[in-house]
Design a protein around this ligand. Structure first.
Ligand code: CAA
Length: 334
């Protein structure tokens, strides 16, 4: 039945459609000499609008004006006042090493994307973890923390059981815990080797092994392993670190094959040199030499790594699995 409200609605839509056509026409002229830009901007902008208009018209022919104005039912959750984004709390993310330099940005980003986020910390960091949590809660990030020693299988088992009990589900796992003990091999002690292999590689087995049955049962999961450019290319003084980080890449590809038909993706992110305390600890002259070799000419920002993690953690990334995403400013392109 056509009434005044319907007519007003048609009028608004026609006006909007005409405006958009005008914009597309302007865009076509502007981009005439750039076919790539033209294709991406104009075509996708137009089809997105056309799709919206058609589905809006379809809705319009029902009497459901409420659902017309809100085609997506509101999901449960609260609004993050700081970012203006809705916190939907329907996915739970665990970030090992979540209170570290890159881990913190990953936690914040996943939280902003509407996930309930839990950061793990080790016992000796308990005080720092408490302060970290308070600081972020004050800033609007309601991130939970849980103690877990990622080098210890039983500690990981306890942590995973506790989280599954408390939240009912765990959807996203980011293996981000990592350390360096940089020495040339001739100066490397066995403790340096084991410390790095245990924390950076065995941890990935310990944590992931304890979550996958749960993810298989729920038919959904996103596992993201934070490796390194130095696992891809090797680095002077990092036989231990490079071996562990290269191991993560192999682990990712094998597990991706095993879980591909369970709705679970497994991917690796390979950051280059990021502005964190780990990189700050490199002797100044060596660090400057490294930065001089980065084509982009600077260290990465932790948020630039978090963006890639969030991309892989999203529901829409369901067709990306076993991949290795490099974020290194061009330092390595192999
Ligand atoms: N390539 C070739 N030779 C090198 C070299 C390099 N990159 N760096 C040093 N050397 C040479 C030196 O010139 C020196 O030669 P001489 O003996 O002829 O003078 C020799 O190697 C020094 O050897 P030492 O075993 O004595 O090394 P050292 O104790 O002085 O320092 C080191 C070794 C601690 C590993 C130091 O090189 C270092 O800190 N390197 C940086 C390693 C690094 O990049 N770490 C990254 C940390 S951040 C991170 O890992 C995050 C991430 O994912 C990217």
């Amino acid at each position: 039945m056509i009434n005044a409200m319907t007519l007003a609605l048609y009028h608004d839509m026609v006006t909007e459609f005409t405006n958009h056509l005008q914009k597309v026409q302007n865009n076509m002229l502007k981009c005439w000499h750039d076919p790539v830009e033209f294709s991406l901007n104009s075509f996708f902008g137009f089809t997105e609008f056309a799709h919206t208009s058609v589905s809006q018209l379809a809705h319009h022919h029902t009497d459901a004006f409420t659902s017309y104005f809100n085609p997506e039912p509101a999901r449960s959750g609260t609004l993050n006042r700081k970012t203006g984004r809705r916190i939907e709390t329907n996915r739970v993310a665990v970030v090992t090493g979540g209170i570290g330099g890159i881990g913190t940005e990953i936690c914040k980003r996943l939280f902003n994307d509407g996930n309930q986020v839990v950061a793990t910390f080790i016992a000796i960091e308990a005080e720092h973890a408490g302060t970290w949590q308070k600081k972020h809660r004050k800033e609007g990030y309601a991130i939970d923390i849980i103690e877990c020693n990622v080098t210890d299988f039983s500690s990981c088992k306890k942590m995973s059981r506790q989280l599954e009990k408390e939240y009912g589900r765990v959807d996203i796992l980011v293996n981000c815990a990592g350390i360096t003990r940089d020495f040339t091999l001739r100066n490397m002690e066995i403790e340096h080797w084991h410390a790095v292999l245990d924390t950076n590689l065995d941890s990935v087995f310990n944590v992931t092994r304890n979550f996958i049955n749960h993810m298989i049962k729920q038919g959904y999961g996103r596992i993201i392993n934070i490796s390194s450019v130095n696992g891809q290319k090797g680095q002077f003084g990092q036989t231990n670190y490079s071996a562990a980080k290269a191991g993560m890449i192999g682990f990712t590809k094998s597990l991706a094959l095993e879980l591909a038909d369970n709705g679970i993706t497994v991917n690796t992110v390979c950051p280059g040199y990021v502005g964190t305390s780990m990189v700050e600890a490199i002797p100044e002259h060596i660090k400057n030499n490294i930065i001089a070799k980065i084509p982009v000419g600077r260290l990465a920002k932790p948020a630039e790594i978090a963006d890639a993690v969030a991309f892989l953690a999203a529901e829409n990334s369901s067709y990306i699995t076993g991949s290795e995403i490099s974020i290194n400013g061009g330092l390595y392109m192999g």
